[in-house]
Design a protein around this ligand. Structure first.
Ligand code: SF4
Length: 209
C-alpha cells in the first residue's frame, strides 16, 4: 500500500528498489539490452509474487528522477524498462518525457491496476485477477503477458486477449514455482491455440538479474 503518495505526487521522485543494466528476460523483447528501473510499492497482492519485498514503498528511498536519468544515460542503454512493484501507482509523465527527449526508448511492465501515466514506446500489460486493469489501458498495449500458475488462469488470459487489438503480441508465462506442473499444460494449450506464444523468465536461466 502506498502511504507516502504525497512525496511522489509531482513525479519528480520515485521510490527506487533497484536499477541495473541487463537483458530483458521475458516476453516480446526477450534478449534486448535494457536499463531496468524497479519502483517499490504495489497494492495488487498476487499470492505467488516473487518480489513481496517490493510491496511497501516506504522501504525504498525517494530518488530524484533526474538522478535516475543521469544513471541511465551514463550506462549507454538505449532502452529503459520501468517495472515494479506497480509503476502505475506513480505519475510518470516527467520521467518518461525526459527520457524520450534524450532518444531513449521507454518500456513499462504493469498490471494496469491504476491509470497508467507516461509517454511509452512499449506497454506490456500483465493483468492480475485480484486487481483487474483499468479499462482504458487495453487499447494502448503492445504486449499482453499473462502469468499462468494453474489451468484456471488460462481463462483469465483468454478474457483479457479479447479486450486488446488483434495486433497485440500475446504471451503466456508459466509461474516460476509451478513450472514442472504447468509447463506441459501450457505447451499443449499453445499448440492448440497458436495465437499465444510462450514467455519464459530467461534471465533466471541465464543467471542475470
Ligand atoms: S503485481 Fe507484480 S509486484 Fe504486485 S503483487 Fe503482483 S507480481 Fe507482485
Amino acid at each position: 500500500m502506498v502511504e507516502n503518495q504525497d512525496i511522489f505526487s509531482n513525479g519528480m521522485k520515485l521510490p527506487v528498489m533497484e536499477e541495473f543494466y541487463t537483458l530483458q528476460g521475458e516476453g516480446y523483447n526477450m534478449g534486448k539490452a535494457a536499463y531496468f528501473v524497479r519502483i517499490g510499492g504495489c497494492d495488487v497482492g498476487c499470492s505467488w509474487c516473487d518480489s513481496k519485498e517490493s510491496w511497501n514503498e516506504s522501504l525504498f528511498p525517494p530518488v530524484d528522477v533526474n538522478l535516475i536519468i543521469e544513471n541511465i544515460r551514463r550506462s549507454g542503454a538505449d532502452t529503459v524498462v520501468v517495472t515494479g512493484g506497480e509503476p502505475s501507482l506513480y505519475p510518470l509523465d516527467y520521467f518518461t518525457e525526459k527520457l524520450v527527449s534524450y532518444g531513449i526508448i521507454t518500456m513499462v511492465e504493469t498490471s494496469g491496476a491504476h491509470e497508467l501515466t507516461g509517454k511509452w514506446d512499449w506497454i506490456c500489460l500483465s493483468p492480475k485477477k485480484y486487481s483487474p486493469p483499468k479499462g482504458s489501458i487495453y487499447n494502448k498495449v503492445n504486449e499482453l503477458k499473462v502469468i499462468i500458475k494453474n489451468k484456471s488462469d488460462i481463462e483469465w488470459a483468454e478474457l483479457n486477449s479479447e479486450l486488446v487489438s488483434s495486433k497485440v503480441h500475446l504471451f503466456l508465462q508459466p509461474e516460476w514455482s509451478n513450472i514442472p506442473k504447468i509447463m506441459p499444460v501450457l505447451t499443449e494449450y499453445i499448440m492448440n491455440t497458436p495465437k499465444w506464444r510462450m514467455s519464459l523468465q530467461s534471465h533466471k536461466y541465464m543467471g542475470i538479474p
